[in-house]
Write a protein that binds this ligand. Structure first.
Ligand code: SF4
Ligand code: SF4
Length: 132
C-alpha cells in the first residue's frame, strides 16, 4: 500500500504539475478581453423606489446609540456603499454620523466594526412580524 503521506505528496505534485496548468490554460479560453461593465439598474427607477420603500419597512436597520458613540468615524470609513449610507451630516464630525437608509444595503459592517458597540439593529414592525 505504501506510505499514505507520501502518496498524498505525489498526488499533490501531480496536481500542481499537470492538472492546474492545464485547468488554467482552459480558463484562459473563457476570458473575454473586451468585457464592458454595464452599470444600469436592473429595474426601472420607479421599481427601484418601490423596492427601497419596501426594504425600509421590512429590513432591520443599523442604528447609532448616540450616548455611546464617540464620533470616531470608523463606521463611515468602512461603509462599502458609494456614496456612503452612513456619513457625517453636512460634514459635521462633532456629532454622530447619520444614516441614509435608502442607500444602505444592510450588510451591517458598520455594526461589526464600531469599537464602542454603539450601533444596534433596530427591528421594523414588519421585520419583527416576518422574522420572529
Ligand atoms: S449596514 Fe452596511 S451599507 Fe448600511 S450603513 Fe452599515 S456599513 Fe453601510
Ligand atoms: S464607529 Fe461607532 S463610535 Fe465610531 S462614529 Fe460610528 S457609531 Fe460612533
Amino acid at each position: 500500500m505504501g506510505n499514505p503521506s507520501a502518496r498524498i505528496c505525489e498526488d499533490s505534485e501531480k496536481l500542481l504539475e499537470e492538472v492546474i496548468p492545464h485547468t488554467l490554460q482552459d480558463i484562459e479560453d473563457y476570458i473575454c478581453n473586451d468585457f464592458e461593465v454595464v452599470r444600469k439598474p436592473p429595474f426601472p427607477e420607479s421599481h427601484g423606489r418601490f423596492r427601497i420603500f419596501l426594504k425600509n419597512r421590512i429590513s432591520p436597520k443599523p442604528t447609532i446609540n448616540k450616548a455611546l458613540c464617540t464620533n470616531c468615524g470608523t463606521c463611515v470609513r468602512l461603509c462599502p456603499v458609494t456614496p456612503r449610507a452612513v456619513d457625517w451630516f453636512n460634514g459635521d464630525k462633532s456629532c454622530s454620523p447619520s444614516y441614509d437608509y435608502s442607500r444602505c444595503i444592510r450588510c451591517f459592517c458598520c455594526q461589526e466594526v464600531c469599537p464602542e458597540s454603539a450601533i444596534y439593529i433596530k427591528e421594523t414592525l414588519l421585520s419583527s412580524i416576518f422574522f420572529h
